[in-house]
Design a protein around this ligand. Structure first.
Ligand SMILES: Nc1nc2c(c(=O)[nH]1)N[C@H]1C(S)=C(S)[C@@H](COP(=O)(O)O)O[C@H]1N2
Ligand SMILES: [Mo]
Length: 206
């Protein structure tokens, strides 16, 4: 055993090198072993009696689901990496939650749907192509490492889109809107890239 491996700083550097060599560390990112809390505005308090989740826009059957209905949807588990545009990456997060496809299916999307605008509390939004929203490893998470998501990390429900910068992983998600065009969300209106692929360093709009 390497003596230097006993020190956390060296452990972080060792893992960072390992992820870089494996092609999992996007350019300009550094690995964190912690889990920073990052968001705009304050942490909303969850009240299950008032909470609801909508599916609206280009759908045959608009939905309004209460917390009980949401929890009854098919459960999925995923392990994935998380890349924030402020240059930290957190690897091998274990998530449990609800599949985005099962939420979509409830509402029967119309064939002209090409994009999804994801709505969080307090007017936060993020846009993504339908194909990114339904991609493998994308989910609405309720749990992280076996524990219910804390309020500061987006509990009770947040989107996780591991293959895009983490501003797309909307915390305190309250609904989705199906669209036939790409409508910029909160950060996308404020200079960030419309798509946000960390492996192409799509940080800012041109
Ligand atoms: N509702 C909402 N979701 C949000 C944000 C936000 O400001 N509001 N910030 C995003 C950004 S920039 C990041 S990096 C992640 C951070 O998630 P974490 O605090 O659980 O690490 O949440 C994303 N989701
Ligand atoms: Mo971020």
């Amino acid at each position: 055993m390497e003596l230097s491996g006993l020190f956390t700083g060296d452990e972080r550097k060792r893992k960072e090198r390992e992820m870089r060599e494996a092609g999992r560390l996007p350019a300009g990112q550094s690995l964190t072993l912690k889990w920073p809390v990052l968001h705009y505005g304050s942490v909303p308090h969850f009240d299950s009696s008032k909470w609801s989740f909508f599916v609206r826009g280009l759908v045959k059957q608009p939905q309004s689901l209460d917390w009980t209905a949401c929890k009854a949807l098919p459960r999925v588990e995923e392990q994935s990496d998380f890349h924030c545009v402020t240059r930290w990456s957190r690897f091998d997060n274990h998530w449990r939650g609800i599949s985005t496809r099962s939420v979509l299916d409830l509402a029967s999307p119309l064939p002209e749907t090409t994009h999804v605008l994801v709505h969080g509390e307090q007017g936060y939004t993020a846009n993504l192509p339908l194909a990114d929203f339904t991609a493998d490893h994308v989910l609405f998470a309720t749990h992280h490492e076996g524990q219910p998501l804390t309020e500061e990390h987006g509990g009770p429900l947040r989107l996780i889109v591991p293959h895009l910068y983490a501003w797309k992983s909307v915390k305190w998600v309250r609904g989705i809107e199906l669209l036939d065009q790409d409508v910029p969300g909160f950060w996308e209106q404020n200079g960030y890239h419309i798509h946000g692929d960390p492996f192409r360093e799509q940080r800012f709009s041109e």
